[in-house]
Design a protein around this ligand. Structure first.
Ligand code: S3P
Length: 439
C-alpha cells in the first residue's frame, strides 16, 4: 500500500464518449479468494480486481498457507486447502483500508483452531467492529477488540454454535461474516435482514456447491458441508461504473457505453436512482455469467431533476452516494436522502465530507443525522479533500465535468484500493484529469 500523497487536478468541462470496461467487482473478488482458499481443488478466477483491498485479502490467505497464483491480467488460481486446511500465519495480518476483508474474515477465522490478529490502516482502525464481534460472540467465538474496533485478536479452537440472528442494520458484511462462521458452526444459522443487501456470498456459496437456503429476507446454512472448487468470472464493478454513469449523465453531449458491468439486482440502486432523476440509461445487452447478471450499459447526457431518494434503494446503492451527491448538485431542484446513517461509518464520514466539499464548490448542501439535503446549482472551483476515501476522490473528479473552474482533490492515493487505472480510464472517456504526486 502506497504512502505517497497523490492529488488530482481536474480541468472544467469535457464530454464522455466511446466505451470503457471498468475493473472487476471488489465484493466478488474478496469472496472468490476466501471461498476458493477453503475449497477442495483449484479455483480459477478471471476478471479479479487488482486493487489494494482485494490484494489485501489475497495476501492474507497466502500468509495462512494457501498457494495462490496471480493475479496476472485478472487471472488467479487458488489451490484450495479445504475447510480445515488454513495454517496459523507467522505474523499479524494487515488488511489496509479494507472493511470487507476484516469483517468477513473475522467470521471465517473464528472457526479455525489457531489465534490470529487482524489490523488495518487509520481509517479501518476507526470503523465499528462490534456489529460482527457481538453476534460472533453469541456463536461462541472469542475476539478481543480495542473498544469495539481493530485490531481484532481472534482466538481459535472454540466450538461455534449456530444462531438465529435478526440484523439490526442492513449490512452484507455482517450477513456474510455470520454465514462464513456458520459453515464452521454446529446446527443451522439463520440471518434475517431488515433490508435487501448484496447477495454475492449466497450466490458464490452455491457456485461452490455449499447448500444455502434463501427465503425472502432470511438466509440459512448448516455447518459442516464442504466447498468444491469452481471457475469464477468476476464482472466489472457497478460501484466503479457508477462514477461514469453520473459523469455521462451530467456532462453535455455525452454517450458512453459501459461494458461488462455486474447488475446483480442487489446492487442496481444507482441505476434506479439516476432513472428517477431523469437519467438516460439503457441496458443494451444482458447476460448471465457464473451466477451473476452482467450487462453493457449505455448512458447519455440528461437534464437531471432532484428527488427524494426512496428508502428501499439506500442499501442497494450504499457505496454510490458520494457520486450521486454530485449528480444531485447538477440536478434541477432539491435532492433529499434519509435513512443512510451508515454513510457516516464508511471509509470516511461520507455525509460530512461530501457536504464540506460541495460547499467549497458553491453548492448548497446540508448534512442531516442520517442523510443530506442538496440544492442543485452551479459547481464552481476550489480545493476539496478526499479524507483518504477512494469514492470521495472519484466523485469530486466527476464534478469537474460541470464545474466553472479547476477542482483540486487532495489525498487520492486510496483510489488504488478499488479502481486501479481510474485516471487513465477517466481521461480516455473525456475528463481532463491529471495526478500530481508529492513524496
Ligand atoms: C460490502 C458491503 C457493503 C459495502 C462495502 C462492501 C461487501 O458494506 O459498503 O463496500 O462486500 O459485503 P455494508 O454491508 O457494511 O453495508
Amino acid at each position: 500500500m502506497s504512502n505517497k500523497i497523490i492529488n488530482y487536478k481536474v480541468q472544467p468541462g469535457g464530454k464522455f464518449t466511446g466505451d470503457i470496461t471498468v475493473p472487476g467487482d471488489k465484493s466478488i473478488s474478496h469472496r472468490s479468494i476466501m471461498l476458493g482458499s477453503l475449497a477442495d481443488g483449484i479455483t480459477k478466477v478471471s476478471g479479479f480486481l487488482e486493487g489494494d483491498d482485494a490484494i489485501a485479502t489475497l495476501n492474507a490467505f497466502k500468509a495462512m498457507g494457501v498457494k495462490i497464483e496471480g493475479p496476472i491480467n485478472g487471472e488467479v488460481s487458488i489451490h484450495g486447502v479445504g475447510m480445515q486446511g488454513l495454517q496459523k500465519p507467522a505474523a499479524d495480518i494487515y488488511l489496509g483500508n479494507s472493511g470487507t476483508s476484516m469483517r468477513l474474515m473475522s467470521g471465517l477465522l473464528s472457526g479455525q483452531d489457531f489465534d490470529v490478529t487482524l489490523t488495518g490502516d487509520k481509517s479501518l482502525s476507526g470503523r465499528p467492529m462490534k456489529r460482527v464481534t457481538d453476534p460472533l460472540a453469541r456463536m461462541g467465538a472469542k475476539i478481543d477488540t480495542a473498544d469495539g474496533k481493530a485490531p481484532l485478536r481472534i482466538h481459535g479452537g472454540n466450538t461455534l454454535h449456530a444462531i438465529q440472528y435478526d440484523m439490526p442494520i442492513a449490512s452484507a458484511q455482517v450477513k456474510s461474516c455470520l454465514l462464513l462462521a456458520g459453515m464452521y458452526a454446529q446446527g443451522k444459522t439463520t440471518i434475517t435482514e431488515p433490508g435487501i443487501t448484496r447477495d454475492h456470498t449466497e450466490r458464490m456459496l452455491q457456485a461452490f456447491q455449499y447448500p444455502v437456503e434463501v427465503d425472502a429476507n432470511k438466509v440459512s446454512l448448516e455447518g459442516g458441508h464442504r466447498l468444491k472448487a469452481c471457475e469464477l468470472h468476476v464482472p466489472g464493478d457497478i460501484s466503479s461504473a457508477a462514477f461514469f454513469m453520473v459523469g455521462a449523465s451530467i456532462a453535455k453531449d455525452s454517450a458512453l457505453l459501459l461494458k461488462n458491468v455486474g447488475i446483480n439486482p442487489t446492487r442496481t440502486g444507482v441505476i434506479d436512482i439516476l432513472k428517477l432523476m431523469n437519467g438516460d440509461i439503457t441496458i443494451v445487452k444482458e447476460y448471465q455469467r457464473g451466477g451473476e447478471v452482467v450487462a453493457d450499459i449505455l448512458v447519455r447526457s440528461a437534464e437531471l431533476k432532484g428527488i427524494n431518494i426512496p428508502a428501499h434503494l439506500v442499501p442497494l446503492a450504499i457505496d454510490e452516494f458520494p457520486v450521486l451527491f454530485v449528480a444531485a448538485a447538477c440536478a434541477e431542484g432539491q435532492t433529499v436522502l434519509t435513512g443512510a446513517k451508515e454513510l457516516r461509518v464508511k471509509e470516511s464520514d461520507r455525509i460530512q465530507v461530501m457536504v464540506d466539499g460541495l460547499l467549497t464548490l458553491g453548492i448548497d448542501a446540508k448534512p442531516t443525522e442520517d442523510g443530506i439535503i442538496i440544492q442543485g446549482g452551479q459547481l464552481t472551483s476550489g480545493t476539496v479533500h478526499s479524507h483518504d476515501d477512494h469514492r470521495i476522490a472519484m466523485a469530486f473528479a466527476m464534478a469537474g465535468l460541470r464545474a466553472e473552474g479547476e477542482i483540486i482533490i487532495e489525498d487520492c492515493a486510496n483510489v488504488a484500493t478499488s479502481f486501479p487505472g481510474f485516471i487513465e480510464m477517466a481521461a480516455k472517456a473525456g475528463l481532463s484529469i491529471a495526478a500530481e504526486t508529492q513524496s
